[in-house]
Design a protein around this ligand. Sequence first.
Ligand code: GAR
Length: 185
Amino acid sequence: MKRIAILASGSGSNAEKIMEYFQDSTKVEIALVASNKADAFVLSRAKKFEVPTFTFSKKELEEGILLEKLQTEKIDWVILAGFLLKIPVDLIRAFPEHMVNIHPALLPNYGGKGMYGSHVHEAVKAAGDTETGITIHLVNEHYDEGKIIFQAATTVSTDDTPETIAAKVHALEHRYFPEVIGSLV
Ligand code: GAR
């Protein structure tokens, strides 16, 4: 059994799709959902799937509390599904090629600092792009620059708003993220 931890800061709709996908798996166990927000909805979603949860502050993250927890729990893979804090370098180094992030755009476009969630979709709209999508990539020490594992695109029309773009991107994420994880681990 590969033991996976999901890190998420907010709603956790991706985390839910992943928990659902691996619910009856004999290969993968979602062993932990960890969040820097004590009231994040992702924690309620985890309870529904009887997945243990763990919360921590930004300061605790920087002090290494999450790394310690992941090691105690013998986690093999770390999945970032809408996790919005910077990951400490020693945590990244503890999971070489075993930490995966999903980004709501076609990297290298709209990556880097400040580019998360709705900010990305607002930037895509403002630029008048005709296409956007998702990127699933390995996490290394350089923000949004790890090896790209998978991308999928969707069209953007002039009628789209940042909200409708977000919905299209979420649909791609929900469709592909769990199976891409399954093919990796
Ligand atoms: C997702 O769209 C994910 O790609 C994005 O946050 C959203 C979380 O949604 N991540 C980033 O922007 C990271 N830079 P969810 O909580 O419903 O899964």
